[in-house]
Write a protein that binds this ligand. Structure first.
Ligand code: OAD
Length: 240
């Protein structure tokens, strides 16, 4: 059975990483256009680099939670293809999967980029970035380039879409965890999965606006719902 799981900020919320859509419409006190668009970066690189430097430093203070670990366990034991697509730029999935080696059919994609990477503004080449970036950080790849956060900003193309589209077209089960379904193209994956004939499941604190598009819903904190869902999935898979 082929599985595609999409995760969003809700899966990391109980680790202490804030979600995006707070009621004040601001992201950690900033307008989205200031800190999450190419125009915002061009207008004020110091503000934008500083914003992501702070987010990057915060990663040292958070740990994967039971929901990340449950998906890592699933990845270790799942016998079909399993694509885990996260919209999150934290490294909590990566750290959970590092503890239990995934089965060969597993792949993790960060479709909105990764805080712990940077890329060159001229060549697009990606480099590990564990520390702070300066406002105009020299790129090792081009004398005319700078390093910027490896984050997909609004107006930019999410990463590895061809891999994601191919996996969804083959999916038997599509599970959406902790995402509001407010940002496309991820918000459209459930419809693509339905067209492919997959069963669709939403796992969230509460039903989202798109809840009606899912065959089933499981509601409550991710640290409770995701381990329970993984247990039942592995049990039904072992009964085959
Ligand atoms: P949102 O902040 O829009 O939504 C978070 C979702 O998580 C909501 O539906 C909450 O109900 C749910 N949630 C919160 N706490 C939870 C918990 N403990 N257990 C389960 N669910 C919980 O975040 P995303 O949908 O991830 O893009 O946002 C999508 C994209 O918008 C982000 O990747 C980011 C942002 O702009 C970029 O940075 C490009």
């Amino acid at each position: 059975m082929n599985l595609v799981v999409l995760t969003g900020a809700g899966i990391s919320a109980e680790s202490g990483v804030p979600t995006f859509r707070a009621s004040d419409g601001l992201w950690e006190g900033h307008r989205i256009e200031e800190v999450a668009t190419p125009e915002g970066f061009a207008a004020n690189p110091a503000l934008v680099q500083d914003f992501y430097n702070k987010r990057r430093r915060q990663l040292a203070e958070v740990q994967p939670n039971l929901a990340h670990h449950a998906l890592a366990e699933l990845a270790a034991r799942w016998e079909g293809d399993f694509l885990l697509v996260t919209q999150n730029v934290d490294d909590l999935h990566d750290r959970a999967h590092a503890l239990v080696p995934p089965a060969p059919g597993f792949q993790l994609i960060h479709m909105h980029g990764e805080l712990l990477k940077a890329h060159c503004t001229v060549t697009g080449r990606v480099i590990d970035c564990p520390g702070d970036l300066d406002p105009r950080h020299d790129s090792p790849f081009s004398p005319d380039g700078w390093l910027r956060p490896h984050i997909v900003w609004f107006g930019e193309m999410p990463l590895a879409m061809h891999v994601i589209d191919a996996a969804i077209s083959q999916a038997d089960l599509f599970v959406s965890i902790g995402t509001s379904g407010a940002v496309y193209p991820a918000a459209g994956f459930v419809q693509d999965a339905r067209r492919a004939g997959a069963r669709t499941v939403e796992i969230n604190l509460e039903p989202t606006q798109g809840a009606g598009l899912f065959d089933d819903g499981l509601y409550g904190p991710a640290t409770e719902t995701v381990p329970a869902f993984v247990d039942s999935l592995l049990q039904s898979a072992s009964k085959g």
